[in-house]
Design a protein around this ligand. Structure first.
Ligand code: PRX
Length: 688
């Protein structure tokens, strides 16, 4: 599956300077460790787990599971019998055992340049203990769900880890979501408490977060779930005195929670402060609650498979799924992927630009870095505010060594050319990462050449909310890179490519990306709906976890993600709903800005001619039924589709046509090759 030797051609070699101290310094070492992780997971993960604190040790095998719906219920259990607390491992262990109390956990960089603050491991531990005591005083217990709807501030990390400390389950909702989305998520996980903030700035735009949160809470009440308490952090509000008996929240304390000196460092904003609506029956002020609270809080010891957090993921259809992760497996996996994929070293300053409201922020801002005692940048703002060079200025300001962002951000910055990048030094950078969607080779090249000056390996990390951590990824000092490929599996992960009939394909091939066995960080269920978990991920191909992504494996064994299969199937499903369409197929075609565009082939019913009006109708129909995100970019009228003799549409061939690539590979199974030339001749060159 993994080649014996790293391929020598068409590849960019892994980081030379990193090799000296890297955890995985060569492809041979990667392969050796990979084989051990598959053949002897107990020993592989057992060694890793020794670095963590366990109140009681696990008994039995490291992983126990059933991935086959035909053999009974799907389950995954990791380290059964062990008890631990993740907050203890992230903070107490680092402060007391590793003596990292004075090390900076986060450089917080606000939306406005100059608005900044630092937090050490010791300070973070103290804040988390205090807020955990606050949660306890509000009646929050082990297993209760707490919803968090906050901007990118240190207190967001404090809130999440305070939940973890007392065994409560956090459900973080991205602060860009609407009141409806927040309400839907609170209802689904039956949260008893909401933590939010007054508001925040995204670039120039003020977001009145508390107003949106109140709207959501009203919606919850209307639907029969009164959320008992809402704790509001004053992130932007002025320090003014509240009139006695007034309905407004108490004024911000001059010395709230994080050290007074540090608060002074923060720039006084002159811009409008948010409107704050206040409901005295429900609302509580973060700062008032924290005042005088005890600084010690015993962690609650949790079982390995106790729930840790719920994070909602929305596909293109259906209501969002509450992806549930559990304690021990997630901790080990987030920590290990962070350490090895970014080749974390104690002197690093790491920066992940994601929001904590997404899984990337959960695993690679909070859990992974803190588990390793890392120093990270926590950035509240936007990549291009107030200047398009903001990111690189931050890199220079904090001497960032490992940088992790998304292809969309790279493509956005690429549009402004290399000047804004080159006016900053960036000489601290060592590893660049990307996540979230396939990275088109042009963007990869720009990232590698302009940003990293050919010195920094690019780790293109493929994973999902469901996988908890990276599952296909290069390792920076070990894996030769191919621009646009997520390369090879991480330790413990066994990928396969299946065809439509569920047969495993060998060698170069394209089809459904699946995984054959669990790794510690894989999700355990859809919260409150185990049947939906089984149907979504395990029913189509019994025995496998189905990612929903299409994937190609090349001659060297490299994996290339081709896009969400369900999106494409949904779009083609909608197209054939139209009376004029007999058959449709949709493929992804690389797009310079969006990354991937939807290229649709439609075969019309007898006697119907293709027209601009029909094209507009088809586009409109998909947009209305699925949403703007799924709107076709190209629609091509196709007299017939390339099919195998058994009638299966050869999407691989369609993708080549969409990209105007004449090298079709093996087409010997095609029933009728004449259709191909016609399709090439009628290709769409401009988007509809
Ligand atoms: O389609 C894949 C794409 O993002 C999906 C997962 O989205 P989400 O759960 O929101 O998590 C995003 C951050 C992990 C995948 O099913 N995706 C993610 N990373 C990559 C990717 N596609 C290609 N290459 C990647 N590196």
């Amino acid at each position: 599956m993994i080649p014996d030797k790293a391929p020598g051609e068409d590849v960019f070699h892994a980081g030379g300077d990193l090799k000296k101290e890297a955890h995985v310094p060569s492809f041979e070492k990667y392969k050796e460790m990979y084989m051990k992780s598959i053949e002897n997971p107990d020993e592989f993960w057992g060694d890793i787990s020794k670095d963590f604190f366990w109140k009681t040790k696990h008994t039995g095998q490291f992983l126990d599971y059933n991935f086959d719906v035909t053999k009974g219920e799907i389950f995954i259990k990791c380290m059964e019998g062990a008890t631990t607390n993740i907050c203890y491992n992230l903070l107490d262990r680092n402060v007391h055992e590793k003596k990292l109390g004075d090390k900076i956990a986060f450089y917080w960089e606000g939306n406005e340049p100059g608005d900044e603050m630092t937090v050490t491991y010791r300070e973070l531990l103290q804040q988390v203990c205090k807020f955990a005591n606050v949660l306890k005083s509000q009646g929050v217990k082990k297993g209760d769900r707490v919803s968090i709807y906050m901007p990118m501030v240190v207190e967001l990390v404090v809130a999440m880890l305070a939940c973890v400390r007392i065994g409560a389950v956090h459900s973080i909702v991205f602060a860009g979501f609407s009141a409806e989305s927040l309400c839907e998520r609170i209802l689904d996980s039956q949260c008893s408490l909401l933590i939010t903030a007054d508001g925040f700035y995204r670039g120039d735009k003020l977001i009145n977060l508390k107003v949106i949160a109140d709207d959501a809470l009203q919606k919850c009440r209307d639907k029969g779930l009164p959320v008992k308490r809402c704790i509001m952090l004053k992130h932007l509000s002025k320090e003014e005195a509240a009139a006695p008996g007034s309905q407004s929240p108490p004024a911000k304390r001059p010395c709230p929670d994080l050290q007074q000196e540090k608060q002074k460092e923060r720039v006084k904003r002159v811009r409008p402060v948010p409107q704050v609506t206040w409901n005295p029956d429900v609302d509580l002020c973060w700062h008032t609650l924290m005042d005088g609270v005890a600084e010690e809080c015993e962690p609650v010891w949790c079982d390995s498979e106790d729930p840790l957090f719920i994070l909602y993921t929305s596909g293109s259809t259906g209501k969002p799924k509450g992806v549930l992760h559990t304690v021990s497996g997630y901790m080990l996996y987030a920590a290990t992927t962070f350490k090895l994929v970014f080749d974390y070293q104690p002197s690093d300053v790491y920066w992940c630009t994601a929001d904590i409201g997404w899984i990337t922020g959960h695993s690679y801002i909070t859990y992974g870095p803190l588990a390793n005692g890392a120093t990270s940048v926590l950035f509240e703002g936007l990549p291009t505010y107030p200047e398009v060079s903001r990111m690189w200025e931050i890199v220079d300001k904090y001497h960032v060594t490992k940088f992790y962002t998304a292809p969309t951000a790279i493509r956005l910055l690429m549009k402004y050319g290399s000047d804004p990048v080159q006016k900053c030094k960036r000489d601290s950078l060592k590893v660049l990462g990307t996540v979230g969607e396939p990275i088109n080779p042009e963007a990869w090249q720009w990232y590698y050449t302009v940003v990293g000056e050919r010195r920094c390996p690019v780790v293109d990390t493929f994973w999902q909310t469901e996988t908890g951590g990276h599952v296909l990824t290069p390792l920076p000092a070990a894996t030769p890179m191919k621009p646009g490929s997520a390369t090879f599996p991480f330790f413990g992960v066994v990928p396969a490519i299946l065809n439509e009939s569920g047969e495993e394909l060998e060698g170069p091939s394209e089809g459904y990306l699946v995984f054959k066995q669990p790794w510690p960080g894989v999700m355990r269920t859809v919260y409150g709906n185990h049947p939906r978990f089984e149907t979504t991920y395990f029913k189509k191909f019994p025995g496998y976890y189905v990612t929903g992504d299409g994937c190609r494996r090349d001659k060297d064994g490299y994996y290339w993600i081709t896009g969400r299969i369900d999106d494409m199937l949904n779009v083609s499903g909608q197209l054939v709903e139209h009376g004029a369409v007999a058959e449709a197929a949709v493929v992804g075609r690389p797009h310079p800005v969006k990354g991937e565009s939807l290229y649709c082939f439609v075969t019309l019913n007898e006697g119907i001619g293709y027209s601009r009006t029909l094209e507009a109708e088809l586009k409109q129909q998909v947009r209305e039924k699925i949403g703007a995100i799924a709107t076709p970019d190209y629609i091509q009228s196709a007299p017939g589709l390339p099919k195998t003799r058994s009638g299966k549409i050869m999407r691989r061939v369609l993708r080549k046509i969409a990209c105007n690539e004449r090298d079709l590979g093996d087409v010997s199974t095609l029933a009728d090759t004449s259709v191909i030339e016609q399709l090439f001749q009628n290709r769409c060159c401009t988007a509809v």
